[in-house]
Design a binder for this molecule. Structure first.
Ligand code: NAD
Length: 362
């Protein structure tokens, strides 16, 4: 009997539906090779959900997500809903789903594909071998602390509790155990009280529960320098919400292309939300040229973290690598041709088809 997994698809806006459709087809092609069945259901989120229901996250969507083994999201937002003074905005759907499902840890792996090393603005010798994972706390810290906004005075509060720090650090430390066994914790403990609690908590927890993982503490300002000077030295990086927000964008630029980077948001238990880090790319939506690889790689993270199907995850990642090795590129990667390589530019559907052609059974 094949194992059946219930997956909620949230295509969303812009290129979201295009990249999610290719990923769905790719998972369907992968399933029989690993004796799996995927039971997909599609639901509304973001701008399209506002248009159809008035809410960026309808109750039916949240309820379906609660029943699912995992959730795969495309992207939300676009010019049609971009009025910052509007009371209902697509991005509220993202915040609400993270909160509603208790997804407190955001995982963003950054791996430099050798085939795409020239996509970055950094020198190839700096990027050689970069393979890191940033774990960002997602539901606490200064984005959620008490605040007041006036015309003469305003404040935000960076508030962390010990359990909030512990749970996200456990996610990061477990990931480090499965990778190269190194954890870098990022804070601003020389200035902020909340960072000193963060640092003490990390030090104690790691000594008690993860003595096999090598721990270092780095101040966030220094981290922004180290990330572009010696990115290859890092394995897993863990940080609070705001510092993580900044570091993850910097880390994404190491890879040079938005179209290649996946992410996962996890809470307690195995259910998670998986999505490409890019947005809805309204400038190219509907043209059939969006790069589906970040979403396909997000599905690989889903297989690994929520479904425990490591072999299937690797098969998907290997198929993406083979497509790149063979010289296939969507237009966003057109400039990454190596001098000795011929490159063929393909659209969203063709790229999906090519990746499926490279899937192999275990
Ligand atoms: P974006 O990531 O949508 O696009 C930035 C640039 O990268 C664009 O030129 C776009 O064409 C390109 N790009 C992005 N993904 C690509 C892909 N898969 N293939 C090829 N090219 C790709 O960021 P933006 O333009 O700042 O935002 C557009 C909309 O997306 C906004 O409404 C924003 O709020 C929203 N957004 C949503 C999310 C999300 O859903 N998680 C994240 C970021 C931005």
């Amino acid at each position: 009997m094949p194992k059946t997994y219930h997956i909620v698809l949230l295509p969303g806006d812009g290129i979201g539906p295009e990249v999610v459709a290719e990923t769905r087809k790719t998972l369907d092609a992968l399933a029989p090779l690993f004796d799996l069945t995927f039971d997909f259901s599609e639901h509304l989120i973001g701008g399209i959900a506002i248009d159809e229901t008035g809410s960026p996250l309808p109750d039916t969507t949240l309820e379906a997500c609660r029943q699912a083994d995992a959730i795969l999201l495309g992207a939300v937002g676009g010019p049609k809903w971009s009025d910052p003074t509007a009371s209902v905005r697509p991005e509220q759907g993202l915040l609400a789903i993270r909160k509603g499902l208790g997804l407190y840890a955001n995982l963003r792996p950054v791996k430099i594909f050798p085939q795409l090393i020239t996509a970055s603005t950094l020198r190839p010798d700096v990027l050689q071998g970069v393979d890191l994972l940033v774990v960002r706390e997602l539901t606490g810290g200064i984005y959620f602390g008490p605040r007041q906004e006036g015309s003469e005075e305003a404040y935000d509060t960076m508030l962390y509790t010990r359990p909030e720090v512990e749970r996200v650090v456990r996610v990061a430390a477990r990931a480090a155990q499965k990778r190269r066994g190194k954890l870098t914790s990022v804070d601003k403990a020389n200035v902020l009280a909340s960072s000193r609690l963060w640092r003490q908590t990390v030090t104690r927890l790691m000594a008690e529960e993860f003595p096999d993982v090598v721990l270092e503490h780095v101040l966030v300002d220094a981290m922004t320098m180290h990330l572009i000077r010696r990115p290859g030295d890092f394995d897993v990086i863990v940080s609070g919400n705001m510092f993580g927000d900044i570091i993850t964008d910097e880390a994404a630029m190491l890879a040079g292309s938005m179209g290649m980077l996946p992410s996962a948001s996890l809470g307690d238990g195995s259910r998670g939300l998986y999505e490409p880090i890019h947005g809805s790319a309204p400038d190219i939506a509907g043209q059939g040229i969006a790069n589906p690889l970040a979403t396909i790689l997000s599905a690989a993270m889903m297989l690994r973290h929520s479904l425990g199907e490591e072999a299937a995850a690797r098969a998907l990642e290997a198929a993406v690598e083979r497509a790149l090795d063979a010289g296939y590129r969507t237009p966003d990667l057109a400039h990454t041709a190596q001098p000795d390589q011929s490159v063929e530019i393909v659209g969203t559907k063709a790229m999906g088809e090519i990746v499926r052609g490279y899937l192999t059974p275990p």
